[in-house]
Design a protein around this ligand. Structure first.
Ligand code: FES
Ligand code: FES
Length: 157
């Protein structure tokens, strides 16, 4: 028998009310129920960061959450950053530095980078590398990404 639960949460600034299978994964719900496919499935085990979202202002791996865990929370996905003026400089910096790599790692990288920018606006390269430790790229590397985030921090000090 399907066990469901009513949840209410804020998703990218908009209130959502859903009746959800209690076993449903949060990442699957975002992609398959709500239709926000910017958040990517990479490993499904909390290792790669492709599924990074913000929950009450903190970055989390959505593949490790149940959808019911969203109840009462403030959720921001990569789509939500489009309305965040603070993310503009970051987006531009990613483009300028050629740091927009594949479609799997980039959304998670940008979500985590945005959190670094918000919480450590004067971050140096070492701080940025530590902040991005949970976001893996299995092909082209990290230098351009770190350069892009460093350039966005303090307006490219
Ligand atoms: S898909 Fe969630 S950490 Fe890899
Ligand atoms: S995993 Fe995306 S560029 Fe390497």
């Amino acid at each position: 028998m399907l066990l469901t639960h009513d949840i209410e949460f804020t998703l990218n600034g908009v209130t959502k009310k859903l009746t959800i299978d209690v076993t449903m994964n949060a990442l699957d719900m975002l992609r398959d129920v709500v239709g926000l496919t910017g958040t990517k499935y990479g490993c499904g085990e909390g290792e790669c960061g492709a599924c990074t979202i913000r929950v009450d202002g903190e970055t989390r791996n959505s593949c490790l959450m149940f959808a019911v865990d969203f109840d009462g929370r403030d959720i921001v996905t990569i789509e939500g950053l489009a309305a965040d003026p603070k993310a503009d400089a970051l987006r531009e910096s990613f483009v300028e530095h050629g740091a927009v790599q594949c479609g799997f790692c980039t959304p998670g990288m940008v979500m985590q980078a945005s959190h670094i920018l918000d919480t450590h606006p004067d971050a140096d390269a070492a701080t940025i590398k530590r902040g991005l430790e949970g976001n893996l790229c299995r092909c082209t590397g990290y230098k351009k990404i770190v350069d892009a985030v460093e350039s966005a921090c303090c307006g490219g000090r």
